[in-house]
Design a protein around this ligand. Structure first.
Ligand code: FAD
Ligand code: NAP
Length: 339
């Protein structure tokens, strides 16, 4: 079956902010052959290519004058197994959370703390997704990506991905690599990470003394559901700003006027501040202007109450950045990818 190429398609269902912009051309890729066909189309028609997965880390600020290629490839397989664990490979279009559930159901540990993150497997390496003390890089084996210019595929090892805090080589070489499939190294014996946020407490409250990875996944999913808005009912892209790393001196200065400062010292001497806490202290929690707003339960999350445009959300984000810089001397960097 040939590729279904559509023009002037609304991207509202394809971004979790629910921003209503149009793509000049839109295709869904279900196989590597579809991807090659889409690349050839883009080249032939001299149109830019924008690859998307679940659209949960995007802020679309206007109509997209490009071919939007939505990854819908599927497949999960074990490529290597021994008595300690297994290497599991998943196609880029696999939805992330069901993939995590599938690995846990197979008795494999490692992804439990990354439960309930929206999006796809293929986008996960883009910003080295992280939550509750675990990052993708901690269980990453390798990935296969296609060079959009040449159409050639190549493997990336852990070191070649240059993963950092919400960062990777792919984020820096924008538009070059199309991630096709990702491999994870998971283990049968769980080494659980429970010391982040309220995870351990939640398990204790449930009377679970010896948690399994599935217990951890359920606890984290419950905590997340209570705190984070569901994009199906309130548009958002998760945390809108990264948690800033500042010098110990700056953190100490802020603490003089704000003794409750939420700060985590890092191994390199810097201090990670909770951006959500800074935004809340500045009085933005629950703020709303038109349909763009700050979530009432988590100030790090900007929301679309209905008809906000990408620019409405961007302008609100910029106002918050300016305010936080003036009040605390801290620069907040946006996390979602802007188009
Ligand atoms: P998209 O938004 O579709 O794309 C993101 C970027 O990746 C774009 O630049 C796109 O061009 C590129 N891209 C997508 N697929 C590919 C591919 N196959 N090859 C090359 N480039 C590609 N993130 C966290 O790290 N931790 C969290 O805990 C977390 N929680 C969230 C909670 C909520 C409620 C929401 C809405 C978001 C959250 N996020 C979190 C952000 C987001 O879910 C992740 O970054 C996710 O990995 C994005 O996946 P996606 O498929 O939706 O990517
Ligand atoms: P939280 O528990 O209220 O904590 C606030 C911030 O403090 C977090 O962002 C986290 O930073 C940091 N933190 C908490 N405990 C820490 C510890 N023991 N050591 C070092 N840093 C610590 O955060 P939350 O908003 O509910 O989110 C919970 C987790 O899910 C976090 O890891 C967060 O990153 C992740 N999350 C990410 C997104 C996204 O879109 N990126 C959206 C929702 C949730 P880190 O963010 O660096 O972990």
């Amino acid at each position: 079956m040939g590729l279904l190429i559509q023009s002037n398609v609304s991207l509202k269902p394809f971004n979790t902010f629910g921003v209503d912009v149009k793509a000049r051309v839109f295709v869904e890729a279900h196989s590597d052959a579809d991807i090659r066909e889409a690349l050839a189309y883009a080249k032939e028609h001299k149109v830019e290519l924008l690859v998307i997965g679940g659209g949960s880390n995007l802020l679309l600020t206007g109509d997209i004058d490009a071919l939007v290629l939505r990854m819908a490839t599927r497949g999960i397989r074990i490529t290597h197994e021994n008595c300690d664990g297994a290497t599991v490979e998943a196609e880029a279009g696999e939805p992330w959370h069901p993939f995590v559930q599938e690995t846990l159901a197979q008795g494999l540990a490692g992804l439990e703390n990354l439960s309930l993150i929206p999006g796809t497997v293929g986008a996960a390496p883009m910003q080295n997704i992280g939550a509750y003390g675990v990052e993708l890089k901690d269980v990453f084996d390798s990935l296969v990506a296609m060079d959009r210019e040449t159409g050639e595929t190549r493997e990336f090892s852990l070191s070649e991905c240059a993963f950092g805090y919400r960062d990777s080589v792919f984020k820096h070489q924008v538009g070059r690599w199309l991630i096709l499939r990702v491999r994870f190294r998971l283990s049968f014996a769980a080494r659980l990470h429970l010391d982040y946020g309220p995870v351990r407490q939640r398990l204790q409250e449930q009377g679970i003394a010896n948690p399994t990875p599935i217990h951890v996944s359920r606890a984290i999913s419950a905590i997340r559901s209570e705190k984070l808005p569901d994009p199906a009912t309130l548009g958002n892209a998760g945390s809108f700003f990264k948690n800033p790393l500042v010098s110990a001196e700056l953190a100490a200065r802020i603490r003089e006027t704000h003794p409750g400062l939420v700060a985590y010292p890092q191994a390199d001497g810097q201090v990670k501040l909770a951006a959500g806490w800074l935004i809340e202290q500045a009085g933005w929690k629950g703020f709303r202007e038109g349909d763009a707003g700050v979530h009432a339960l988590q100030s790090l999350v900007l929301v679309n109450h209905g008809a906000a445009t990408g620019l409405d959300i961007l302008h609100l984000a910029q106002r918050i950045q300016t305010d936080i810089l003036e009040r605390f001397g801290v620069s907040l960097e946006m996390e979602p990818n802007l188009y």
